[in-house]
Design a protein around this ligand. Structure first.
Ligand code: SF4
Length: 713
C-alpha cells in the first residue's frame, strides 16, 4: 500500500491535487518544519488532472498549519464578558439544541441563521442545508462565497438558465486569446496562471489581455494591459462590443440560432463609441482598439475573472456583459473558448451544487421555484410547504438582522467574518449584539471567536474524508490521513447530531460521509450538475472526475469537460440570453472629501484572514506586514515617502498602513491587501474602510472599491 494519501489543497478554487505522507518513514529523515517540529510531507499529485503535480507556496506548506492554534474542546460562556469554560460535547449539544428550540418558539425559525464557508466539504454543506432549509424551515444559510463569487452564479443563471462554469483548465492551453478581467491570477490562482503563462510564452501568436487598475504580476505577463479606472469594466466591455459590431466581427448565425435579446443589447452598445469609452476608462483609444482586434482575430477567446468583477455593486451586470461578448462572437461550447469564472474557495463550487447560498437548494435548484422545493421536500421526506418559499438572509442581511434584533441565533462555521465582512466597525458592533453565537472552527484564537458564546472544535483538512469541486467542475475525494486532534469533529457530524437531537433521527443517521455523499448525488439526478455517477468509492478507485457525470455514464471524460457543446442552454427556449446593461460605476465614487479609490486584494502567499498562513514561517517572511500602494505622483502631491505611515479614512472607519510608492497602481487609486485582521496588526484592517453596498441581483457587496482620504502621519 502506498505511503501517500491523495487529497486536495484546501486553499483556493484552483483545486490542486496533493499527496501526503507521514513525517517519519523508514529509511528517511523525519520531515520537520523550521522549528524542528515533525510535519507531514506534502507534494503535488502528478495524476491529478487539474494541476498535474504543480502546487504553489500555500499548498506546499499547508502541513505546517495542522497543529498550530487548534481549538480542541467545546467551550461555552453565558456572556461575552466572561471567560470560556470547557464543556463536554454532550453539554454543548444540549445547550445548542435548547437554544434553537427557544428561538424557534419565541421568534420563529427565520430568526435562526447559519453562516458557512467554501472551506466546507460537500457533505458538510449538504447536511447544513438539510438541517436549516429542510428540518428547521429556515433558508438563512449563507456562505462566505456570497462575498466571493455569487455574482458569477447569478450571471450564469440569468444568461444560461443555470449556474456552472462552461470551460475547463485544458482551455488555458487551447485558446488564441486569454482575456483576464478583474483577476490577479498569478497571485490568487497561481497554478491556473502557470498553465496559461507557460502556454502563452511558448506560443507567441497567442494573446493575453489583462484588465486591472493595478500592474499586477498577471498584468506584467500580458501583451496588453488595460489599467482601467475602478468601476468602468462595463464601459470597457461595451466599448469592445461596439468595435466588434462596427467591424462585423460578430457571429450572426450563432446569435440567430442560439441566443435571445440581442436587439436590446445592440441598442445599448451603440452608446459606447471608442472616444467616450477610452475617456471614461482612462485608457487610450488605440489600446481599446487593440483589445477589440485581439478578440476579432482570435478563433478561440477565453475570458477569466474573479473577485475584481464579482465584488461589485453591479457584479451580475459585469458578468453578463462578459458573457455577452462570448455570445455575440459565438465563443462558447468549443475548446479554448468561453466565459470562465475562477472561484476563490476550494469548494465554493461544491457549495453551489449542494445549495449552499440563501437562495439555493441542492442540485442547482432555487428556493423561489415551487417545483424545486417540492422535489427536495419529497426527497427529504418532509411535508409539502416545509421549505420556505422566501430566499433566506444573505451574509450582510445577517449583520443587519443582528442590528434590528430579528436574528436570535447565529451559527458561524469555518469562516472569520470579524475580518472579512465589509464595514468592520458596524459588523463588530452587530456581532456584539448577537443574543447567541455559535462559532465552529478548527482554529483558536481567531478574531470572530471573541464574539462567540459557544465554541465548537471542527476537524479540518486531512482529518475528515469528503468531496470538493474546483473551478473547472472537477470533483476530488479529499481523504483523511490523520485523526482530528482531541475532541474535534467533522462539521457534518456536528450538524447531524443537532438534527438528531431536534428529533430528526432517521433523517440524520449516517454511518459515514460516503453515505452522506451518496444521498446528495441522488438529488442531482437530471439536474445540470448531475453527479449520480460519482461516489467516494469511485473517486478513490478511478480518481477525480468532472460533472456532469450521470450514473453509468458512457460519455467519455473529454466530452464532459465543457458545457453547452451542443449550443443548447438551460433556459426555457434553449437560448442563451443577452443582458443589456449600461455602466452605473462605483457605488461610492471619489469626491473632493474622499478623493482616492481604495481597492483591496490578496497576496501570493496569504490566504484570506491568515487563520492558517499567518502561522506558517515561510509565508510570514514572504509577506510580513500590510501596506498601501500609492502612485509616485499622488505620493509627491501629499509629500509622502516610501514606508511613511498613512492614515486611510473612509466614511465608515480608518486604518493605518506604511506607504509603498509604486507605479504599479494608477494615479487616484490606492491598494491594500485584505489579509490583516485585529490579531495580526494594529489598525490595518482593509475592511474597516469598505462598504456593504451590494449588487441587486447577487447581493454580493462591493468589497473592491470605496472612496478614501489619505492623511500622512
Ligand atoms: Fe492550493 Fe490554489 Fe496553490 Fe493550488 S494554486 S496549491 S489549490 S492555493
Amino acid at each position: 500500500m502506498s505511503e501517500f494519501t491523495k487529497t486536495l489543497c484546501p486553499y483556493c478554487g484552483v483545486g490542486c491535487g496533493l499527496e501526503v505522507s507521514p513525517p517519519a518513514q523508514p529509511g528517511k529523515a523525519t520531515n520537520r518544519d523550521s522549528q524542528g517540529t515533525p510535519i507531514w510531507r506534502v507534494r503535488g499529485d502528478k495524476a491529478h488532472p487539474s494541476s498535474q503535480g504543480m502546487v504553489c507556496v500555500k499548498g506546499a506548506t499547508i502541513a505546517e498549519s495542522l497543529d498550530k492554534n487548534r481549538l480542541h474542546y467545546p467551550m461555552v460562556r453565558d456572556s461575552l464578558e466572561q471567560e470560556f469554560r470547557r464543556v463536554s460535547w454532550d453539554e454543548a449539544f444540549d445547550i445548542i439544541t435548547k437554544r434553537i428550540q427557544t428561538v424557534r418558539y419565541t421568534q420563529g425559525s427565520e430568526a435562526i441563521c447559519m453562516y458557512g464557508s467554501g472551506q466546507f466539504q460537500t457533505e458538510d454543506y449538504y447536511i447544513a442545508q438539510k438541517l436549516m432549509k429542510g428540518c428547521l424551515g429556515s433558508n438563512n444559510f449563507d456562505a462566505n462565497s456570497r462575498l466571493c463569487m455569487s455574482s458569477a452564479v447569478s450571471g450564469y443563471i440569468q444568461s444560461f438558465g443555470a449556474d456552472g462554469p462552461p470551460c475547463c483548465y485544458d482551455d488555458l492551453e487551447l485558446t488564441d486569446c486569454a482575456f483576464l478581467i478583474g483577476t490577479n491570477a498569478a497571485e490568487c490562482h497561481p497554478i491556473v496562471f502557470n498553465r496559461l503563462a507557460k502556454y502563452h510564452k511558448k506560443n507567441r501568436k497567442v494573446k493575453m489581455i489583462v484588465v486591472d487598475p493595478r500592474r499586477t504580476p498577471t498584468a506584467e505577463a500580458a501583451d496588453l494591459h488595460l489599467a482601467i479606472r475602478p468601476g468602468t469594466d462595463i464601459d470597457l466591455l461595451n466599448g469592445i462590443a461596439y468595435l466588434l459590431m462596427r467591424g462585423n466581427a460578430i457571429d450572426v448565425g450563432f446569435i440567430d440560432d442560439c441566443t435571445s435579446n440581442f436587439p436590446a443589447y445592440a441598442e445599448v452598445i451603440r452608446h459606447y463609441a471608442p472616444d467616450i469609452v477610452a475617456d471614461r476608462c482612462g485608457i487610450s483609444v488605440a489600446d481599446l482598439e487593440t483589445a477589440a482586434r485581439y478578440w476579432s482575430q482570435s478563433e478561440r477567446v477565453l475570458s477569466l475573472w474573479s473577485m475584481g468583477v464579482n465584488q461589485s455593486s453591479e457584479g451580475t451586470a459585469k458578468v453578463r456583459t462578459i458573457i455577452n461578448l462570448h455570445l455575440m462572437t459565438g465563443q462558447i461550447g468549443k475548446p479554448g473558448a468561453g466565459p470562465f469564472s475562477l472561484t476563490g474557495q476550494p469548494n465554493a463550487m461544491g457549495g453551489r451544487e449542494a445549495g449552499g447560498l440563501a437562495h439555493l437548494l441542492p442540485g442547482y435548484r432555487l428556493v423561489k421555484n415551487p417545483q424545486h422545493r417540492a422535489e427536495v421536500e419529497d426527497f427529504w421526506g418532509l411535508k409539502r410547504g416545509q421549505i420556505s418559499p422566501n430566499p433566506g438572509l444573505t451574509a450582510w442581511d445577517m449583520i443587519t438582522g443582528l442590528e434590528d434584533g430579528s436574528v436570535g441565533l447565529l451559527w458561524i462555521a469555518a469562516t472569520n467574518p470579524a475580518v472579512s465582512m465589509p464595514d468592520l466597525e458596524r459588523t463588530k458592533k452587530a456581532l456584539l449584539r448577537s443574543p447567541f453565537t455559535i462559532y465552529q472552527d478548527a482554529y483558536y484564537p481567531t478574531e470572530t471567536a471573541a464574539y462567540a458564546h459557544v465554541l465548537l472544535p471542527a476537524a479540518q483538512w486531512g482529518e475528515k474524508t469528503g468531496v470538493m469541486t474546483n473551478s473547472e467542475r472537477t470533483v476530488t475525494l479529499c481523504q483523511a490521513f490523520r485523526q482530528p486532534p482531541r475532541e474535534a469533529k467533522a462539521d457534518w457530524e456536528i450538524f447531524a447530531e443537532i438534527g438528531r437531537r431536534l428529533g430528526f433521527i432517521k433523517e440524520f443517521s449516517y454511518a459515514n460521509s460516503a453515505e452522506v455523499y451518496a444521498e446528495f448525488v441522488r438529488l442531482t439526478r437530471d439536474r445540470p450538475c448531475e453527479m449520480t455517477g460519482i461516489s467516494h468509492e469511485g473517486l478513490r478507485e478511478f480518481g477525480p472526475t468532472q460533472w456532469p457525470h450521470p450514473e453509468a455514464a458512457e460519455t467519455p471524460r473529454h466530452e464532459r469537460k465543457r458545457l453547452y457543446t451542443n449550443l443548447r442552454f438551460h433556459t426555457p427556449d434553449g437560448r442563451a440570453r443577452f443582458g443589456a446593461y449600461h455602466s452605473r460605476g462605483l457605488a461610492e465614487p471619489p469626491d473632493p472629501n474622499y478623493p482616492f479609490v481604495l481597492t483591496t486584494g490578496r497576496l501570493y502567499g496569504h490566504w484570506h484572514t491568515q487563520t492558517r498562513t499567518g502561522r506558517i514561517g515561510k509565508i510570514r517572511q514572504m509577506h510580513p506586514d500590510p501596506f498601501i500602494e500609492i502612485h509616485p505622483r499622488d505620493a509627491a502631491k501629499l509629500g509622502i515617502t516610501d514606508n511613511q505611515l498613512l492614515e486611510v479614512r473612509s466614511r465608515r472607519g480608518k486604518a493605518k498602513f506604511p506607504a509603498k510608492v509604486t507605479k504599479a497602481i494608477a494615479p487616484g487609486t490606492v491598494f491594500v491587501p485584505m489579509h490583516w485582521g485585529a490579531l495580526w496588526a494594529n489598525e490595518a484592517e482593509a475592511n474597516a474602510l469598505t462598504h456593504p453596498e451590494s449588487c441587486p441581483d447577487s447581493l454580493q457587496p462591493e468589497l473592491k472599491a470605496c472612496a478614501v482620504q489619505l492623511v500622512p502621519m
